[in-house]
Design a protein around this ligand. Structure first.
Ligand code: URA
Length: 435
């Protein structure tokens, strides 16, 4: 069977066999299958979806296009967290060192920002000298030495994903649950982990905007992780406003450092602890949520996680005394009083990209100094003239920037309720785990 016949099968909504999927991915990775045929198959998958067996086969084929880390027999259990991406999401910076203080290793392979959501690696590069390009040997050695690393992917890990993701980006085939699942899970499984917690962000500032899609994505990710022998759960968390107060790069590092020192915003702490608790329960280091929370809170309060973060930064060549200086702030004031009824998180993300804090194209340079600080949250009461947010920009903020920022915060006369931050937990089908 040739490539055109396989594409036609998918176009006609017929499942592909494991052999067909393996052949496609291998041929695409070695260059014998041209971009236009892979683009046609990706579009057919995007439109018609894939069944569970196909998604699993696609993930395995992509994983096997590269290496999987193997760890010594006496290694600690490896655990990781992955977020589908949201505005102000700096949880990885806190959670990696926090979990590393709990007798597990966290070999976190992270990504760069593209579009409205920032990337963990870009944030960390606000720290002078911090290396996000560790070799596989360095990644393993530093994980064993420190307990955690946060670094970029390497050419040896899931090369099929690297090539396919670039193609999807320019062929409008990013938003597809099978393709997202295989892309995320092939890279995570390559870390050689035993437990994984996924943070599926749901709302205007995330890749998925409604609960039905978030649930479908979370279930797909959990299904593949579980099938591959990794203890996997997911939390669907709110992304209708930025997580924490800060959005940008250096500002987010500063906020993460503050939280590690026991300060920092409540919502960020809540989501970080909830994900951490999932990771500890999946790793069998805590029997229930209460015990996991107690352990994580103790570690945060003792300053151990903060020390572990400093140790990781130092091991990766960074100097925490030299976080990029944040640009000059300008306050954006409310032009009316009332209740904050909504925040357009996607618009705030776009504005940070326009300021230079994110990328429109993968080749764009990131300005670590710019960003935003939220001064209000949904449900707050504001007076006319009160500060809604601060913008850290290279140039003085003038219209239309001020108008665009102000219009991202809706103010109405009626009070609005605030919903939960953790919207749902997704566990493997048939599992009786305690929530
Ligand atoms: N992140 C990834 O790594 N891959 C996707 O397809 C989407 C988000």
């Amino acid at each position: 069977m040739n490539a055109a016949q396989i594409i036609a099968l998918k176009r006609d909504q017929l499942p592909l066999s494991t052999e067909q999927i393996e052949w496609f991915i291998q041929a695409y990775t070695d260059g014998s299958l041209p971009d236009y045929q892979m683009a046609a198959l990706s579009m057919a998958i995007c439109i018609h979806g894939m069944d569970k067996a196909e998604i699993r086969a696609l993930t395995i084929a992509m994983l096997q296009s590269g290496v999987t880390l193997s760890w010594p027999h006496d290694a600690r259990l490896r655990v990781d967290k992955h977020s589908t991406g949201g505005i102000g999401d700096k949880v990885s910076l806190i959670l990696a060192p926090l979990l590393a203080c709990c007798d597990v290793w966290v070999p976190m392979i992270s990504g760069r920002g593209l579009g409205i959501t920032g990337g963990t690696l870009d944030k960390l590069e606000s720290i002078k000298g911090f290396r996000t390009d560790l070799s596989l040997e360095e990644l393993q050695r530093l994980t064993e030495q420190v307990g955690c690393v946060i670094t970029g992917t390497t050419k040896e890990i899931a090369p099929a994903d690297r090539k396919l993701y670039a193609l999807r980006d320019v062929t409008a085939t990013v938003p597809s649950i099978p393709l997202i699942t295989a892309s995320i899970m092939s890279k995570k499984l390559a870390e050689g982990i035993g437990a994984l917690v996924l943070d599926v962000k749901c709302g205007g500032g995330g890749v998925v905007r409604n609960m039905a899609d978030a649930r479908a994505l979370a279930e797909s990710l959990v299904e593949v992780g579980t099938a591959m022998g990794v203890s996997t759960t997911a939390l669907i968390t709110d992304m209708n406003q930025p997580l924490g107060k800060m959005v940008g790069n250096a500002v987010e590092v500063n906020e993460a450092v503050a939280l590690l020192k026991g300060e920092g915003p409540k919502d960020l702490r809540e989501v970080t602890l909830a994900l951490g608790a999932e990771a500890l329960i999946s790793s069998r280091l805590a029997t229930d949520k209460k015990e996991a929370h107690r352990r994580l809170e103790e570690i945060l309060e003792s300053g151990q996680a903060s020390e572990k973060f400093s140790e990781m930064v130092c091991a990766q060549g960074g100097n925490l005394e030299q976080v990029c200086q944040v640009a000059t702030p300008t306050s954006i004031l409310a032009n009316r009083g009332g209740y904050v009824s909504g925040v357009d998180a996607a618009q705030l993300g776009r504005i940070v990209v326009q300021l230079g804090g994110g990328r429109q194209r993968m080749s764009d340079q990131v300005d670590h100094a710019v960003g935003l600080e939220m001064r209000v949250r949904i449900g707050d009461v504001v007076e006319e003239g009160e500060e809604l947010l601060r913008v850290f920009a290279r140039k003085e903020a003038t219209d239309p920037l001020i108008t665009n920022l102000r219009s991202a915060i809706a103010i109405h006369d009626e009070a609005v309720g605030t919903g939960p931050l953790i919207l749902e937990r997704v566990q493997p089908v048939g599992s009786n785990e305690d929530e």
